[in-house]
Write a protein that binds this ligand. Structure first.
Ligand SMILES: [Zn+2]
Length: 246
């Protein structure tokens, strides 16, 4: 292919832009914040699960506590009624003795139920304290995640800004390279990991970094300036520069 030297030089400038844009795309998806966010995200999900379980457990215990409270209250009401009857002194001596007897067993029953109530209350307090601890941890985690998301978004905005600046001259350069050379370049770029054109520097291909053999060097030396030459190793377009060492 024939393309004047200036167009070939433009191709190097275009390649530099494309390479930087590729690096920016890579950087966007490999931000350190992304890995950390993924890690903290799974920790948050774990804490959320634990919180749901603990809150469910607390709900169960609170129901148990209401039942225990009601049981105790029922016995207390009965005691109050019996005591009132006893205090009124109405009824036969036998009746009053029976009430006295019942009051004794009610007192025992009340003590038992109050023990149960206390035990349930202690369990409720323990789970409430667990929940408070989980919520505190989850809150801290949420703050760390929010800060990281801010860092990530700031870094993404920076990269987007850089991409816009770097990419700005791309279209003009592509037009200056010209359709035929650009088409060849794009074809090679696609099949060569993103680099379609490289400078020849110190007898070395800037694409594959291999030193050219004397035969190829001699061929390039004698080639016209506007002849598009390619690296025999990697097939990339080799652009001659003042540092080519020819
Ligand atoms: Zn090469």
């Amino acid at each position: 292919m024939i393309a004047e030297s200036a167009r070939q030089q433009r191709l190097l400038a275009l390649q530099a832009i494309v390479t930087r844009l590729d690096q920016i795309v890579h950087a966007r998806t490999h931000l350190p914040q992304l890995a950390e966010l993924a890690d903290l995200g799974s920790k948050a999900a774990l804490l959320d699960d634990q919180l749901i379980r603990s809150r469910t457990e607390l709900g169960d215990i609170q129901r148990e506590l209401r039942k225990a409270d009601a049981d105790v209250q029922q016995v207390r009401d009965r005691v109050t009624r019996d005591q009132a009857r006893l205090d009124s002194g109405t009824g036969s001596a036998k009746d009053l003795q029976a009430i006295q007897h019942e009051l004794t067993s009610l007192a025992r029953r009340q003590a038992e139920l109050e023990d149960i109530e206390l035990e349930v209350m202690e369990r409720a307090e323990a789970i409430e304290s667990d929940i408070a601890e989980l919520e505190r941890g989850r809150g801290e985690l949420g703050e760390r995640i929010a800060r990281l998301e801010q860092d990530r978004d700031a870094r993404l905005a920076e990269l987007d800004g850089e991409a816009a600046t770097v990419g700005h001259p791309r279209e003009d350069l592509a037009a200056q390279v010209g359709e035929d050379l650009l088409a060849l370049y794009e074809k090679i770029r696609t099949s060569s990991g993103g680099t379609g054109a490289a400078p020849l520097r110190q007898r070395r291909c800037g694409g594959c970094q291999l030193e050219l053999n004397p035969v190829d060097l001699q061929r390039i030396r004698t080639a016209a300036d506007d002849e598009v030459v390619r690296c025999e190793e990697c097939r990339r377009i080799l652009v001659r520069t003042p540092e080519s060492g020819l």
